[in-house]
Write a protein that binds this ligand. Structure first.
Ligand SMILES: NC(=O)c1ccc[n+]([C@@H]2O[C@H](COP(=O)([O-])OP(=O)(O)OC[C@H]3O[C@@H](n4cnc5c(N)ncnc54)[C@H](OP(=O)(O)O)[C@@H]3O)[C@@H](O)[C@H]2O)c1
Length: 289
């Protein structure tokens, strides 16, 4: 059965390749990118000589709540079912300086966690039209407390890192928040036909290189892809396709996958009180209710 998959981050990186694999497998892909030009370019590349593929461009800058709201409202108003909502887009800052969105929010939290929260809520009518819909978020093993770099440290009194900003911490905090969101969403979806799961694709230096500069970028692009701990773009996107389509995940919710099998996320990610606190925070920051 062909599915309709709405995928963010389709302009480049893992999202772009995943969109192509899904379209080649016969599914309808709504490919979103930050701009209309980026989305159309990706769609043209995928179509190249294969105009029968059903991939359609959509534009939404996920750092703008107004754009997310307008996009999701328009998409839901089409009245088409969405079988899979795949939140692939994400950022890891290169700048040591805290960057703010047009809404005045720390950009990493806004794009990686607040945008999926709002998009999912506003697209829920389209998800409810599908016989069994999947919401898939992309987290990272970097949210684990012992991961390299500045440790994860989500302070509800300073969720936007106004004090002591660090780009690594911003990324890790946002990926912890993604897990809180996903697990709490699954609890709230209990008894419905929609499930929510998260995935970490592994460490994919080829695409992660885009989030680095200088010698590190060269290392990530040309050396690290050959290391035994690296995951290839081909394998990572196979895992994304698995999350979107594999029948073994039918009815499964609230799980965290590493590649193609469930893995443990941090104990903190399973803290229901903190998950609910994050939900209230996201609700307030996005102005959802
Ligand atoms: N690569 C890894 O090792 C790794 C490991 C764990 C998790 N992940 C996660 O996997 C996902 C994909 O990563 P990737 O490696 O493919 O990264 P990537 O190549 O840097 O791609 C990121 C995507 O997110 C989009 N994006 C960023 N900000 C956006 C915004 N404001 N509005 C709309 N789109 C925006 C980018 O679009 P633009 O072209 O417009 O910037 C791009 O399409 C991310 O969520 C990442 O955190 C990656």
């Amino acid at each position: 059965m062909a599915k309709t998959v709405l995928l963010t981050g389709g302009g480049r990186g893992l999202g772009r390749v995943t969109a192509e694999k899904l379209a080649v497998a016969g599914h309808r892909v709504l490919l979103t990118a930050r701009t209309g030009i980026a989305a159309q370019t990706a769609v043209d590349q995928i179509h190249h000589g294969r105009s029968h593929l059903r991939v359609e461009p959509r534009a939404v800058d996920l750092s703008s709540l107004e754009q997310v709201r307008a996009f999701a409202t328009a998409e839901a108003a089409r009245g088409d079912a969405i079988d899979v909502l795949f939140h692939v887009a994400g950022i890891m800052q290169t700048s040591k300086t805290r960057r703010l969105t047009v809404d005045g929010y720390e950009e990493t939290l806004a794009v990686n966690a607040l945008a999926p929260f709002l998009l999912t809520a506003l697209l829920r009518p389209a998800l409810e039209l599908a016989p069994a819909a999947r919401v898939i978020t992309v987290s990272s093993r970097l949210h684990l407390p012992d991961s390299r770099g500045a440790p994860v440290d989500f302070d509800f009194d300073d969720p936007q890192l106004q004090r002591g900003y660090n780009p690594d911490r911003a990324y890790k905090n946002s990926k912890l928040a993604v897990l809180w969101f996903t697990y709490e969403l699954q609890r709230r979806l209990s008894g419905t036909s929609i499930t929510a799961n998260a995935i970490c694709p592994g460490f994919v230096p080829t695409t992660a290189a885009a989030s680095t500069t200088g010698p590190m970028r060269l290392l990530m692009s040309f050396v690290m892809p050959h290391m035994p701990f690296a995951t290839s773009v081909a394998d990572a996107t196979d895992s994304f396709v698995f999350m979107a389509l594999d029948p073994s995940i039918d009815g499964v919710g609230g799980a965290f996958y590493g590649e193609r099998h469930p893995i443990e996320s941090s104990p903190q990610s399973h803290d229901i009180q903190q998950a609910r606190r994050f939900w209230r925070l996201a609700d307030q920051l996005t102005g959802l209710t």
